[in-house]
Design a protein around this ligand. Structure first.
Ligand code: SF4
Length: 330
C-alpha cells in the first residue's frame, strides 16, 4: 500500500487551503523564498497566466526553460512540457501543479509502437512535434514545434526522407507548405480535431468581417477555410497586426485571454466544436488551477523526473531544434 508520503509525492492528496489567503500574494512570496519561476502555456486559465513569470507556446517555453537561473521551475502546462523543461535543465526541480495533466496527442503515439513504425523506414530521419513523451523525443533526430516545423523541414536536404510524428494534421500542413513527402504517424489532438466546418461556416456568415484564424493541428477541412494558419504565438501576433476587429479562433480557448489583453476593443469568438460541449477547452491543460499551483510550490510536489539515459538522448534533438530555430531568427 502507498504511504501518505508517497501519495503526496505523486500529487494524489488534496490539501485544503485557508480561504482567507490571497493566493497571488502567497505564490509571489513562495517564488522568492524558493527561487522559483512559473512558466505558463497560453492554454492555462487566466489567473495562472496572470501570475506567471513567462507565458508562451511550446517553443518559447522551451527556450525559457533552457536559460532560466531559477532553482525550481513550476510548469503550468502538461506533462510532456514539464518533461521538456527537465531535459533542458536536469539540475533543476521541475514541478507540475497536477500530475494528471497529460495530453491526448502524446498518448496517441505510444513509444513501443513508434519504435516498430520507425524500423520500417530505416533511411528516414525522424522529426517529432514537441507534443510527445520524453521517450519519443529520445528516438528522434529533431524535435519541432508548430512555430518552426516548416523551417526545420526546409533546413534539410530535399532528398532527405522524413518521418513526421505524432500529429498527422500538423504533418499534412507542413508537407503542403514545404512540398515534401512526409511519412506521417496517425496521431491527433482531441481539442483541435473537434471544430465543426459547418458551424464555422454559419458563424462566418453572421460575422462577415471576422478573420478566421486556426492552429495547424486542426483538420485539413477546417484549415482550408482559414484566413491565417499559425502556432499559438503566430495567431496572437496576427491578431495584433491585423486591422480586423473580429476574429473566430480555432485553437484551445485559453489563448483568448492574451488576445483580449493585447487587443482592447477587438472581439474574439472561439470557433464552435461539432457538439454542444466546451471541447475546445483542453481538459488536461485545465486540470491545473491557481490552488494546485500554490500547493505545488508550497510542498515541492508533484515533481516531474526523467531517467538520465532518456535525458541524454532526448536533449540532442531538442537542442538541434533550438539551433535551427535560432538560425531562422525564431
Ligand atoms: S490542446 Fe491537445 S495537444 Fe495541447 S495539451 Fe491539450 S490534448 Fe495535448
Amino acid at each position: 500500500m502507498d504511504t501518505l508520503e508517497e501519495l503526496n509525492r505523486r500529487g494524489f492528496v488534496e490539501e485544503s487551503i485557508d480561504p482567507t489567503l490571497d493566493l497571488f500574494d502567497e505564490i509571489e512570496k513562495l517564488k522568492k523564498e524558493k527561487n522559483a519561476i512559473v512558466l505558463a502555456h497560453y492554454y492555462q486559465e487566466p489567473d495562472i497566466q496572470d501570475i506567471a513569470d513567462y507565458i508562451g507556446d511550446s517553443l518559447g517555453l522551451s527556450q525559457e526553460a533552457a536559460k532560466t537561473e531559477a532553482d525550481v521551475i513550476v510548469f503550468a502546462g502538461v506533462h510532456f512540457m514539464a518533461e521538456t523543461a527537465k531535459i533542458l535543465s536536469p539540475e533543476k526541480t521541475v514541478l507540475l501543479p497536477d500530475v494528471k495533466a497529460g495530453c491526448s496527442l502524446a498518448d496517441s503515439c505510444p513509444p513501443h509502437l513508434f519504435k516498430k513504425f520507425k524500423e520500417k523506414y530505416p533511411d528516414h530521419l525522424v522529426i517529432t512535434y514537441v507534443n510527445c513523451t520524453a521517450e519519443l523525443k529520445a528516438m528522434s533526430d529533431i524535435v519541432c514545434t508548430s512555430t518552426n516545423a516548416v523551417q526545420i523541414v526546409e533546413s534539410l536536404p530535399k532528398e532527405q526522407k522524413i518521418i513526421f510524428g505524432p500529429d498527422k494534421n500538423l504533418g499534412a500542413w507542413v508537407a503542403k507548405k514545404t512540398g515534401r513527402d512526409l511519412v506521417l504517424w496517425n496521431g491527433a489532438c482531441m481539442v483541435h480535431e473537434i471544430f465543426s466546418r459547418e458551424k464555422i461556416t454559419k458563424l462566418k456568415e453572421r460575422h462577415p468581417n471576422a478573420k478566421f484564424i486556426a492552429h495547424p493541428e486542426c483538420e485539413e477541412a477546417v484549415l482550408q477555410m482559414a484566413d491565417y494558419i499559425g502556432s499559438t504565438t503566430g495567431l496572437l501576433n496576427y491578431s495584433v497586426k491585423s486591422d480586423a476587429m473580429e476574429f473566430i479562433v480555432a485553437t484551445e480557448s485559453g489563448i483568448i485571454h492574451q488576445m483580449e489583453k493585447a487587443n482592447p476593443g477587438k472581439t474574439f469568438i472561439p470557433a464552435p466544436p461539432n457538439n454542444n460541449c466546451a471541447c475546445n477547452d483542453c481538459p488536461y491543460m485545465k486540470r491545473n488551477t491557481l490552488e494546485k499551483l500554490y500547493l505545488c510550490l508550497k510542498n515541492g510536489t508533484p515533481e516531474v523526473t526523467v531517467p538520465a539515459d532518456i535525458i541524454a538522448a532526448a536533449r540532442k534533438p531538442i537542442e538541434r531544434m533550438l539551433e535551427i530555430s535560432a538560425s531562422f531568427g525564431l
